[in-house]
Design a protein around this ligand. Structure first.
Ligand code: MG
Length: 249
């Protein structure tokens, strides 16, 4: 069932989203060669909990053990933070974080470069970010869910990369994952019509090579089958009559 949010609930999500956006900036400041993904996880958890009433959404969700998902290079999403995963110059790291605040979740992800990266990797980050922006721009009242995926995939294909199909964006609010699903590909004017009060996590995952992925034996980490790099950017947005509003910027 799709849960539409009241203006008050949207404001609560905006407040949680502000904490989440700040958490991403704090984590970004700690991304450097020599840092471990566990270092980043600790920093994120401490920062979120320093805000009264705010807790990490992911910790314990479906049994996930940490505050952040930290996915390096060919890891697409859901990497588990570890003291053994040390960042090196030239790596990219995708950091996905959720915040639960005032009874509502918000969800956002960024991919950061660890020092200078090669030109193809830089383009992958640029194109994935542009794809997210295109998806957000399509998330307006009167459009359909398919318009979001169509806008994302069009941007990704133009950039010469591939959209991951096994994983999708989603409704978000009282629950971290609500209906509808928001695929990162699709046909314009298809799928559920977007209405006032809908809150969505839009999150293109884009691979430099093949679109295909598989899950590692840890049951969490999703990687590209061909070892190519993958990027992930995500925002939570409220679809509103007066104009949609990104809640995690
Ligand atoms: Mg999400």
């Amino acid at each position: 069932m799709v849960q539409l949010k009241s203006p008050r609930e949207v404001e609560t999500m905006a407040a949680g989203g502000k904490i989440l956006a700040a958490t991403h900036q704090v984590v970004r400041g700690a991304v450097r060669a020599g840092a471990t993904t566990m270092d980043l996880d600790k920093i994120a958890e401490q920062f979120i909990r320093s805000h009264e009433g705010a807790t990490p959404s992911f910790k314990g969700l479906y049994g996930f053990p940490a505050t952040i998902c930290a996915s390096i290079n060919e890891e697409v999403v859901h990497g588990i933070p570890s003291v053994k995963r040390v960042l090196k110059e030239g790596d990219i790291i995708s950091v996905d974080i959720g915040v639960f605040y005032g009874g509502m979740h918000t969800d956002a992800a960024n991919t950061w470069a660890v020092g200078p990266v090669d030109e193809k990797t830089a383009k992958l980050l640029r194109v994935t970010k542009q794809a997210l922006d295109a998806g957000l721009a399509a998330a307006v009242v009167g459009n359909h869910v398919g318009d979001i995926g169509n806008a994302i995939e069009t941007m990704v294909l133009k950039g010469g990369f591939a959209v991951v199909r096994e994983l999708v964006g989603h409704g978000v609010g009282q629950m971290m994952h609500e209906e509808p699903q928001v695929p990162n590909h699709g046909k314009a004017k298809r799928g559920m019509k977007l209405v006032h009060g809908l809150t969505l996590a839009i999150e293109p995952m884009v691979n430099a090579g093949s679109a295909n992925t598989r899950t590692l034996g840890d049951k969490w980490t999703v990687i590209t089958v061909d070892g190519s790099r993958s990027a992930h950017f995500e925002h939570t947005i409220a679809v509103l009559n007066e104009g949609s509003r990104v809640l995690t910027r």
